[in-house]
Design a protein around this ligand. Sequence first.
Ligand SMILES: [Zn+2]
Ligand SMILES: [Zn+2]
Length: 142
Amino acid sequence: MSSLGILFIIWILFNAMKQGKNIGCCGRLYRPDIDFQHFCLNCKIWYHQGCLGELASAPTATGDFKKIIALPIIRGRDPQQPDFGMNWRISGNGRRVLKARELEKKDNIPEDWKEKLGEVFVADMLSKEWSYFACPTCNTVV
Ligand SMILES: [Zn+2]
Ligand SMILES: [Zn+2]
């Protein structure tokens, strides 16, 4: 095997280890095909929905852009809707939700926010009522 090939394998193992340290709630590795998780920005931990406790009340947000900003950060497959969110669910909605929050800081409600976040993504996010929970570690709503 070439030295590049070996480096590549080391890189994969290193990332698997990093993910292993990062698994958070119950120690199971993330399986995008069966897990549905919420991220706590405060704790930097992904929680399975089943590992979260009580439902928290959803933040009140008026208008589509503000609703996106208030979304929980989620990833994985919603068992109730197995074919939902095919284009974002593996890596989750976090990158785009955080981008929306950044956009808001700069420009309250930018005119082209839908294009910036992706029309399909926005439509997916607004088509559903999302559940919110209290983080079992720090109590932040996630
Ligand atoms: Zn868990
Ligand atoms: Zn937390």
